[in-house]
Design a protein around this ligand. Sequence first.
Ligand code: AMP
Length: 253
Amino acid sequence: MFTEFDLNPQLLKALEALKFSTPTPVQTQAIPLALAGSDIMACAQTGSGKTAAFLLPTLNNLINNPAPNSGTRALVLAPTRELARQLFKQCEALAKFTAIQAGLITGGESFKFQAATFRKNPEIIISTPGRLIDHLGRKPTLMEDVEILILDEADRMLDMGFADDVVEIANACQAQRQTMLFSATMNQKGIRHVIKQVLKEPVEVAVDEIKDKHANITQQMILADDDQHKDRLMTWMLANETYRQCIIFCNTK
Ligand code: AMP
């Protein structure tokens, strides 16, 4: 039960409104550690409840230690606009009964509008790395009050080439901060390097490493000679395999 954590009543009220009663495994492990202020590196996938696992303790720590004269105090970095938007929505839902404000900063929105978001001085900013780097270029002190930094879907962020940006953004936050990293896998090339640079003595939380979940899926790799061959193989499989529904993942738009 969420009531077993030392969470602010306003957050428990939001959980009740969202009909979240039982914490998921990643929430059970991460929330007490995060409430205590530890740096965390957690292996957790989409659907695990990871968002609330980092947002609840973040909101709780901000509420319990008010700092009315400071700038943005918590920063969540996400690889894509879509994920950032989802995180923002969940943050608003969890913070509904508190005075905490959140702001969303992603590419594709006007700088003018985003400058207005920063001027409102929200306690939490949720952003994609590229656009935040642009804003930091204009105002390097923008994130200097950030005491909680969260890297969500860190493996994807690094796959997309954001490693240097992530480290630069971390360096623009307070040196004395809490940092939490969530990733679907810790085997991503380069993730250990970023962890070393950005986290301090992190506690490891591992609930479901990416491959553990797929025991009921048969995986098969088919080699194609070239793109045309691949297209023919795909067409053949779609025509001849037995399936009710099918998902095809691609690596680009
Ligand atoms: P996430 O892994 O953070 O993307 O969350 C997956 C989904 O689970 C989201 O739609 C959440 O709203 C929902 N969720 C998160 N935690 C809980 C919980 N403890 N009980 C029920 N639903 C939850």
